[in-house]
Design a binder for this molecule. Structure first.
Ligand code: FES
Length: 384
């Protein structure tokens, strides 16, 4: 049951503007990654904002102070009005970023987006190995097309920004991944170990790498980073470790409702991409202004400040640094989003993280055992 908080006390602290707007244009996607961060029940939310509604969202968010706009999904390329949305965002003065799998991209569309004023394109890969990539993506042609489009993006004068989600089935090939990035003349590479939300959470036992895998991958990345720096190579490698091997939680979204505003395909406004899973009612842009949503809605105020915090966060001297960690992770792991993020070793639920690490050592799933993200699987999960 969702809590709507029809009368609630707003925290005293007045938040700054939502600087980062993420437009999840659609949940439709031609790929089936088992670590997708979309909600498990995405098949229930098939409605999508129209072109005009999206442009109105961009206008209102810009008025509030938003400066960066990410187009994501699902796969944003399935929206045939993407160039129009990019042009409108550009006109409003946003710095725009397309976050894509590359499937659905063509040379003609890259040219169209460049003409519309798109600033930045990030292409994600599933692996450096064609077979593993295609198995994870659920498409036999995905890898070849991604390579072609990554090269085309670079030829159109964009910086090459690649993203590899790493997990136990591809992290041992980190060397191969880095070499592929260099061959593609990548400028920025994000080697992001899977975080466990949405479909990744469902498949966690099959995705979480072991500590040894993670340490090896980080060591190899650091060696490459040093080598590239010594050569004056422009490629930057960014390595993101999973929360599950930390002892202190991350300052998720830099604090609830502090700078990140996510709009889902049907216009639900969220303070992070996973908040839809929480038992909190979030407002829709079709029913309220963004100004009301950001400053006055219950959902966006629910975890602002620190009045909501129970112990051990309440008296913790690190609470202003990490804000109690991630609310979605606390909810997914403990069933109560008010709890401290179990990643924190001070949390009474930290044992759940230790169990997950142990599980990663003891019970690896094969690639074939992962549940692929697709409409059918979502419908089955919704019924269950
Ligand atoms: Fe929702 Fe961290 S992902 S608060």
């Amino acid at each position: 049951m969702s809590v709507s908080g029809s009368s609630f006390a707003k925290p005293e602290h007045v938040p700054g503007p939502p600087l980062w707007l993420l437009a999840e244009l659609t949940y439709r996607c031609p790929l089936q990654c088992p670590y997708c961060s979309n909600p498990l029940d995405f098949a229930r939310h098939q409605e999508e904002l129209t072109t005009a509604q999206w442009i109105e969202v961009f206008r209102q968010a810009r008025e509030l102070g938003a400066a960066q706009l990410g187009f994501s999904g699902g796969e944003p390329l399935v929206r045939q009005d993407l160039a129009e949305l990019i042009a409108a965002a550009r006109e409003l003065g946003y710095y725009t970023n397309l976050i894509t799998s590359g499937i659905g991209l063509t040379e003609a569309r890259i040219a169209e987006f460049a003409e519309a004023g798109l600033d930045h394109i990030q292409i994600s890969f599933q692996a450096a190995d064609e077979e593993v990539n295609n198995l994870l993506a659920g498409s036999k042609k995905a890898f070849a097309h991604k390579l072609e489009m990554a090269r085309a993006v670079k030829q159109h004068g964009y910086p090459m920004v690649l993203n590899f989600v790493t997990h136990r089935h591809n992290i041992d090939n980190i060397e191969q991944i880095i070499r592929l990035c260099l061959e593609l003349e990548a400028d920025f590479v994000e080697l992001a170990t899977c975080q466990f939300y949405g479909w990744a959470e469902l498949n966690r036992a099959g995705l979480l790498p072991t500590k040894a895998q993670l340490e090896r991958a980080e060591r190899i990345t650091n060696e490459w980073r040093d080598r590239l720096a010594a050569e004056g190579h422009p490629c930057k490698l960014i390595f993101v470790t999973p929360d599950y091997y930390e002892e202190r939680p991350k300052a998720c979204m830099n604090g609830w409702g502090s700078l990140f505003l996510d709009i889902t395909p049907d216009g639900t406004a969220l303070p992070c991409h996973s908040a839809r899973s929480l038992p909190v009612q979030f407002p829709k842009v079709t029913e309220h202004s963004l100004k009301h949503i950001w400053y006055d809605s219950f959902g966006f105020n629910r975890y602002r400040g620190d009045d909501w915090m129970p112990e051990p966060c309440r008296s913790c001297d690190e609470k202003e640094r990490d804000f109690g960690g991630c609310r979605c992770q606390a909810f997914l792991l403990t069933g109560d989003a008010d709890n401290a993020d179990p990643v924190c070793s001070k949390s009474a639920h930290h044992g759940l993280i230790l169990d997950a690490r142990r599980e990663a050592e003891e019970a690896p799933w094969s690639l074939e055992q992962l549940t692929q993200r697709n409409v059918r699987a979502s419908q089955i999960i919704c019924k269950g």
